[in-house]
Design a protein around this ligand. Structure first.
Ligand code: TYM
Length: 326
């Protein structure tokens, strides 16, 4: 049987580049808010990032930077554990065990795998097996809730399928995790209106420098409605992004201005930039403070790894016993 423990919340983020506001609103902000609801385990998915990052120095820098940015955004290492995925190498053992019950067809239907192939990414076995490792990440901590953006929904469904297959084959080994997806922020659009993604190059970074951030905001794609005409709210990336940052009052005001006409997209973009810049200002300050303490991040990660290993060891003992590896 699975362990009894407070609600366990788990999520991961790949250190495959700089974090953007899609990561922030889709996962980081909800994950930070959930820290007060149970025991939070958040990790930096460096094994997963190996499917795309091939330079060791870049990978090390990215890992450090994701930890820094997540902490600066409000992750509290006293409440939750922040750790590197690879500091719990038992997940690779569990991924192997899960792969023995994972149907090929299930993985072949993975949207993210098909999307990567369509973009010309060479299909390595690791890329194909990506959802199995992700299932291991989730199941090895007996996770209850997994806060993610919508693009990860199918991966959580695969996780549940694999847990059911294991339970059918070996008895009650795993509990079934639930995704937690915020409807309002499930897909944050990038500057071209598609889902914001590092790999699409349409990202606005959380901690980009001021000039670059302004440039990115000013280059949000719009239609050619003239200044004086009313503008379509429903398809406006500017309005969607502004809705993430503005107060209710401010959002209502922008809505009215869109509907009235008389304000150009350039003005709306400036308002969006000002809000965005102000929103992340306290986090930029916190980031500087963390940076000043050279050993802080390493200590946080070491402490997080210790907590994560304790749980993973217990669960792996259960799994090994269930399948007959004693
Ligand atoms: P990753 O690193 O691509 O993204 C991290 C989180 O950010 C969310 N996200 C978005 N949400 C809304 N709008 C967007 N434009 C947007 N872009 C990214 C993602 O949904 C995700 O929640 N496979 C995972 C990492 C992972 C993981 C796990 C997550 C590995 N193991 C176990 C949860 C549980 C990934 O690549 O996320």
């Amino acid at each position: 049987m699975t362990d009894k423990h407070p609600i366990r919340i788990l999520s991961g983020i790949q250190p495959s580049g700089v974090l953007h506001i899609g990561n922030y609103f889709g996962m980081m902000r909800p994950a930070i808010a959930l820290q007060s609801e149970g025991e939070a385990f958040y990790f930096i998915a460096d094994y997963h990032a190996l499917t795309s990052v091939r330079d060791p120095t870049t990978l090390c820098e990215n890992i450090h930077r994701v930890a820094l940015d997540f902490l600066a955004c409000g992750l509290d290492p006293e409440r939750g554990a922040l750790f590197r995925q690879s500091d719990v190498p038992q997940v690779t053992e569990l991924a192997w065990i899960l792969s023995t019950v994972a149907p090929m067809g299930l993985l072949e239907r993975s949207h993210s795998y098909k999307d990567k192939l369509a973009r010309g990414v060479p299909p390595s076995v690791g890329l194909f097996n990506y959802p199995v490792l992700m299932a291991a990440d989730i199941l090895i901590y007996d996770s209850d809730i997994v806060p993610v953006g919508k693009d990860q929904k199918q991966h959580i469904e695969i996780t549940r399928d694999l847990a059911v297959k294991m339970n059918e084959a070996f008895g009650q080994v795993f509990k079934l995790p639930e995704p937690r997806i915020q409807a309002a922020t499930e897909v944050v659009p990038g500057i071209d209106g598609q889902k914001m993604s590092k790999s699409y190059g349409n990202n606005i970074d959380i901690f980009g420098d001021e000039k670059e951030t302004r440039k990115r905001v000013m280059s949000i794609v719009t239609d050619s409605t003239p200044v004086e005409a009313p503008k379509d709210l429903s398809r406006s990336t500017i309005f969607q992004l502004y809705s993430l940052f503005g107060s209710n009052n401010e959002i209502v005001q922008m809505r009215e201005k869109f509907q009235e006409g008389g304000t150009g997209y350039g003005d709306f973009k400036k308002q969006l930039f000002e809000k965005l810049w102000e929103y992340f200002s306290p986090m930029r300050k916190r980031r500087e403070e963390i940076l000043a303490d050279k050993s802080y991040i390493d200590n946080v990660l070491a402490h997080g790894a210790k907590r994560a290993n304790e749980v993973a060891d217990r669960v792996m003992q259960r799994v090994r016993a269930a399948v007959g590896l004693r």
